[in-house]
Design a protein around this ligand. Structure first.
Ligand SMILES: [Zn+2]
Length: 245
């Protein structure tokens, strides 16, 4: 049986049998992997708190030919984000982040930007950046990495540039300017379009400058809907956020 190891974030775990858990890992170089962790539900087990949500670890594993599922033999924690992830202020935002990974991102695809994105969201939350701005930054970047982000400076229909206000097309494939819109309900103001552009080249460190300039609640709702539309999925965890009440 081939052996390997990888650096990864734990995206979630669920009981598989009486003693074993099924774990989803966002690896640094192989995308999302499904893994079996034998014996991890025993009271005394060798994994400890390794499988808490968004723990970053080094995982050693093996696999059998023709089997999609890998088996984790051991692992070490690189960094635990449990303190910020489990904080009642943050927990539902992080559930939505995990939900996006499960339902929107294809498994087993080589891609390191998603790993870096999650890493930057977690570390900046540790440094005190507001969670709602971080979630919005995350949603925009996930769409960008998946090739589904529109150009925030151009109308999809007439190619008008530097538009001051825009509306999401109903199929979410672009935005429309004032002249081209009909009755699309979801709008974006000038500062919000500039914010989307800004995220292309800035780290979340300075997100705070946007706090009173954009309607974060409206934008989180709109981009969650866009992900649901493209992913043909329902992100049920969003219902626990104040933004969706
Ligand atoms: Zn137009």
């Amino acid at each position: 049986m081939p052996l390997a190891s990888t650096q990864a974030f734990v995206l979630g775990s669920s009981p598989f049998s009486e003693q074993d858990q099924l774990v989803h890992l966002l690896t640094i170089d192989k995308g999302i992997l499904r893994a079996m962790a034998p014996g991890s539900l025993k009271v005394r087990n060798r994994f400890g708190s390794l499988f808490e949500l968004f723990t970053e670890g080094e995982f050693h594993y093996y696999w059998q030919e023709n089997r999609e599922l890998i088996t984790i033999s051991k692992g070490e924690i690189i960094h635990s984000y449990f303190r910020i992830v489990s904080d009642p202020q943050n927990i539902f935002y992080f559930y939505l982040v995990a939900d996006v990974f499960f339902k929107f991102i294809p498994f087993n695809r080589k891609e390191d930007r998603l790993y870096r994105l999650l890493h930057t969201i977690l570390t900046h939350r540790e440094e005190g950046v507001e969670i709602n701005l971080l979630l919005l930054y995350f949603l925009i970047w996930v769409l960008r990495i998946e090739g589904m982000m529109f150009n925030p400076q151009m109308c999809y229909n007439c190619y008008a540039q530097n538009i001051r206000q825009a509306w999401f097309k109903k199929d979410f494939r672009g935005i429309l300017c004032q002249r081209c819109r009909t009755n699309e309900p979801l709008g974006l103001l000038g500062e919000e379009l500039r914010f989307i552009k800004w995220t292309e080249r800035h780290s979340p460190k300075e997100l705070g400058i946007w706090k009173d300039k954009i309607d974060t609640t409206k934008m989180i709702r709109s981009f969650t809907k866009k992900i649901e539309y493209h992913g043909e999925c329902t992100l049920k965890s969003s219902q626990y956020l104040v933004e969706f009440r």
